[in-house]
Design a protein around this ligand. Structure first.
Ligand code: SAH
Ligand code: SF4
Ligand code: F3S
Length: 472
């Protein structure tokens, strides 16, 4: 009998990848994905513990499921991911209508866990960790079928212990996957229609070091050799491990996209030291200069934490100054929040919520100027876009020439989102399909996306012609 699975994914791209593995694994128990929570026989929340707010989101979602469970007592509810790993059986005590808790290393065991809950109607907790990577059989089943882009986790865990961060405690020690297995997985994805992969890890540029596997640039070269793949992206890079070799790889590998996400966290050396980031502001700026020298078109994005314990006004001004010096293409900024286990939770001189809020706003306002300026500079240019699907924001009022039907969406080589009309002039409606590269003239820049018109399309080699249901 077919059963319905609903997954709510909170958190980073690694969780998106994990949720796909969860869905693939549960196919063996006849579960298929549903987008309707009311129809679900099993609801899984894949959780994130990175900031207090992400954790609160988990409990408020779980709270809302109580009514559903009352109406449908056979419904099973499970919690996976980083909050599950952090809290273990404590979540069962806090959420009475919960059936199972599984940690970040338990995805391979999930089908067995679900089978046990189904047959015995008992509550199960599995938060066992292992340094060894358990390769999942279902990875090779060509998941992601019908999508142009896919995430591929190349390493688990993190050994860096930044003092604010929970990841080393909930994802365990840094362990890299075998390059051959990674390449095999990417080949399977390409066979199923994928044209772009994003390689994932908390610190991808230290890939393979501990195990003596190949280096990260070498892995990129191997992935670059996969026939049919058009684009490669990766995230996240740690500035301390950004080698000359990786910097020059941007120039030499044709499929490697011109974008790097390089979190700085703070512009103050004093704060960086207290965060245990192991680089200085000077080293960071030097690396950015080298990247831009090696690959002038590269777009650089970053993360900033405001209000780290003890961050003075002068420290904060140094962060604003760094933003002005580097001129990032985009920035994610966060208010610091204490995480259980993380060392900074015990640091003195905490910054007030009001002060954090004000500092965050200043960072966002400042960055907005650069994002808009950089996007505006692209107006009139022709960008090559890998079409991902149909734009979700098709009815946004700020889109000029709104198409009565829908628009395509994709990204530039530098990772900027571009929406464009399906048909225009010489390019007929059916000439564009997801998975195809289209040259788009940029007509208008917004703060978070660009709008344009297609001017020519490269011939379709592996396009997903005919299926209009792919939504990016
Ligand atoms: N491994 C990546 C990022 C992981 S978490 C790296 O090292 O860059 C993503 C971002 O969340 C971090 O870059 C940081 O800016 C933010 N973050 C992590 N812990 C946080 C905390 N306790 N409070 C606020 N922001 C945090
Ligand atoms: Fe967290 Fe630092 Fe590891 Fe990134 S590098 S996951 S911020 S400990
Ligand atoms: Fe969150 Fe875990 Fe990712 S804490 S950011 S889901 S590794």
């Amino acid at each position: 009998m077919k059963k319905n699975l609903y997954i709510n994914t909170i958190g980073c791209q690694m969780n998106v990848y994990d949720s796909e593995q969860i869905a693939n694994g549960l196919k063996s128990l006849q579960y298929k994905m549903t987008s309707s929570i009311e129809k679900a026989d099993l609801i899984i929340v894949n959780t994130c513990a990175i900031r207090e707010k992400a954790e609160q989101k988990v409990y408020s979602f779980l709270g809302r499921l109580a009514g559903l469970k009352r109406k449908k007592p056979a419904l099973m509810i499970g919690v996976g991911g980083c909050v599950a790993q952090q809290e273990g059986s404590k979540i069962l005590a806090r959420v009475p209508h919960l059936d199972l808790v599984f940690g970040t290393n338990a995805i391979g065991r999930l089908p067995d866990i679900v089978k046990t809950v189904e047959s015995k109607r008992c509550r199960v907790v599995d938060v066992e960790m292992s340094e060894k990577i358990e390769e999942l059989d279902f990875v090779k089943q060509g998941h992601n079928r019908g999508k142009t882009t896919a995430f591929v986790t190349i390493m688990q865990g993190c050994d860096n212990y930044c003092t604010y961060c929970v990841v080393p405690y909930v994802r365990g020690r840094e362990t890299s996957r075998d390059p051959e297995i990674i390449v095999q997985e990417i080949r399977c994805l390409v066979e199923s229609g994928v044209r772009e992969v994003t390689l994932l890890g908390q610190n991808v540029n230290s890939y393979g070091k501990k195990e003596g596997l190949c280096t990260f640039p070498e892995l990129l070269r191997r992935v670059n050799d996969v026939d049919g793949l058009l684009r490669i992206r990766f995230t996240t890079s740690h500035p301390k491990d950004l080698s000359e070799n990786l910097i020059s790889t941007f120039k030499g590998l044709e499929k490697l996209c011109n974008h790097i996400h390089l979190p700085i966290q703070s512009g103050s050396n004093r704060v960086l030291k207290n965060m245990n980031r192991k680089y200085t502001r000077g080293i960071y700026i030097e690396k950015v200069d080298k990247l831009r020298h090696s690959c002038p078109e590269i777009s650089i994005t970053s993360d900033i934490i405001v209000g780290f314990p003890g961050e003075t006004k002068t420290d904060f001004e140094e962060t604003l100054d760094l933003i002005q010096t580097v001129e990032f293409d985009g920035l994610f900024a966060f208010k610091y929040s204490d995480r259980p286990n993380a060392a900074a939770a015990r640091f003195l001189n905490k910054i007030s919520e009001q002060e954090k809020k004000e500092r965050l706003q200043q960072v966002l306002d400042l960055q907005d100027r650069y994002t808009t300026q950089k996007n505006k500079a692209l107006e009139g240019s022709i960008q090559s876009i890998l079409v991902e699907g149909v734009s979700r924001k098709q009815n946004r009022m700020d889109t000029p020439n709104r198409h009565p039907d829908v628009q395509w969406t994709g990204r530039t080589f530098t990772n900027k989102i571009v929406n464009f009309n399906r048909s225009n002039g010489d390019i007929a409606y059916n000439d564009i399909v997801p998975g195809q590269v289209v040259n788009v003239r940029i007509l208008k820049a917004f703060s978070h996306s660009l709008w344009g018109e297609p001017v020519s399309a490269e011939p379709i080699s592996f396009g997903l012609r005919g299926d209009e249901s792919y939504v990016a």
